[in-house]
Design a protein around this ligand. Structure first.
Ligand SMILES: Cc1ncc(COP(=O)(O)O)c(C=O)c1O
Length: 397
């Protein structure tokens, strides 16, 4: 946009939304878009969820911010609830996914240091990973396009091919501290790690005294039909980063840890000004109220099946547009036959929002609260988009 004072770091679409309702985003002139991008897995409960609006506005009238120098009851409560419902015993709150990862990486390094192994600081990661845009998390993600021009890559990250556990095993050396992965890669193209691989990685970590770190910034908080994606495998990490869905649109994240891993993070070792502030905690607790309600996650799985089956039928009908449906729960990917950006644009023409990912995949990340009617509407729009692309391709376009 000419005259804009903003960094041009985002290739923005010329669309501005004024408000949202459930799975829908509405422009100033009243055009309605079906939001199956969900702020890239952020709007876990859709737009304008009454329980979240109430929690945020009630808290806003009471207290916005106090420093972590004081007790924050909402923070203690959310920490306890996350711990009760996961492998974790301790939680550190942050403002974003990348900061949650920074905390996990720092905790892993500090753990090895405190256990008498200051030489162990290296972290093994997997190709296709995305862990954020700070200097350490671009090094962890290892993607050349995000590292270019930002000086020496932060030292201590080694990468192997996606799901190559043999290569990871070979890479473990006297300096290795941890293994880091997304149980379901998001930006990498909706790629779930096979359970057998997660089990082997857990065994390798146990054998060599390494910490296993999961990044559930995108796949956590009900997205796969369980509260956390790792639950499908039965393999627990020592540390886990979450963000996105836990805030439902309010910026927040958290690093979850076992007692053992967190024991080294003593007073003054790490900190944050805003992380865990009362506003964020009110919203995080409200998100959990809904996601932990009896039957909520089962509904996510039921709706996900409906969506996935409908998408599979579209892929069967238009193999020249979509070759495969990937993913679990409401974290689905359309592996495209033609460029995913082209498919994305065709869906946007149908007023349906999706998000491109690696491996020529287009992600669908609707709100977990999306309805059967929204799903039927989305399927009709995706079918119409695929049909128009197919027709254009047949006409040589
Ligand atoms: C798996 C994963 N990890 C980390 C991040 C970084 O989160 P943030 O953008 O909140 O720093 C993202 C963001 O897309 C993500 O998908």
């Amino acid at each position: 946009m000419s005259g804009s004072a903003l960094f041009e770091t985002f290739a923005r679409v010329p669309l501005a939304f004024e408000r949202g309702e459930g799975s829908w985003l509405i422009t100033e002139n009243g055009e309605r878009y079906l939001d199956f991008a969900g702020g890239i897995a952020v709007n876990s409960l859709g737009h304008g969820h009454p329980h979240l609006v109430q929690a945020l506005t009630e808290q806003a009238a009471k207290l916005w911010h106090v420093s972590n120098l004081y007790q924050i009851p909402g923070q203690s409560r959310l920490g306890e609830r996350l711990a009760e419902n996961s492998f974790a015993d301790r939680v550190f709150f942050t403002n974003s996914g990348a900061e949650a990862l920074e905390c996990a990486i720092k905790t892993a390094r500090r753990y090895q240091y405190s256990k008498g192994h200051p030489e162990r600081y290296r972290v093994i990661t997997f190709e296709g990973a995305f862990h954020g845009r700070t200097l350490a998390t671009i090094a962890a993600g290892g993607q050349a396009k995000y590292l270019e021009g930002f000086g020496p890559k932060v030292e201590g990250f080694d990468q192997v091919a996606f799901d190559d556990v043999d290569a990871a095993e070979k890479l473990i050396g006297p300096e290795t501290a941890a293994i880091l992965l997304e149980p379901v890669q998001g930006e990498g193209g909706i790629r779930p790690f096979p359970t057998a691989s997660l089990k082997r990685l857990r065994q390798l970590c146990d054998k060599h005294g390494l910490l296993l770190i999961f990044d559930e910034v995108q796949c956590g908080i009900g997205r796969t039909g369980k509260l956390f994606g790792y639950e499908w495998s039965g393999v627990s990490p020592d540390l886990m980063a979450i963000a996105k869905g836990i805030g439902g649109g309010f910026p927040m994240g958290a690093c979850l840890a076992t007692e053992e891993a967190a024991s080294v993070m003593t007073a003054g070792v790490h900190g944050t000004t805003f992380g865990g502030n009362p506003l964020a905690m009110a919203v995080g607790n409200a998100v959990l109220d809904v996601v932990l309600e009896e039957g909520f996650l089962e509904e996510v799985s039921r709706k996900a099946l409906l969506l996935k089956q409908g998408l599979a039928a579209i892929a069967d009908e238009f193999p020249e547009v979509i070759s495969e449906i990937r993913g679990t729960g409401l974290m689905l990917g359309l592996k495209c036959t033609m460029p995913n950006t082209k498919v994305n644009m065709a869906l946007r023409d149908q007023k349906l929002l999706a998000v491109p990912a690696g491996e020529n995949v287009l992600r669908l990340l609707p709100p977990l609260t999306t309805t059967d009617a929204d799903i039927q509407e989305a399927l009709e729009r995706i079918r119409a988009g695929a049909a128009s692309l197919s027709k254009a391709a047949a006409n040589g376009g």
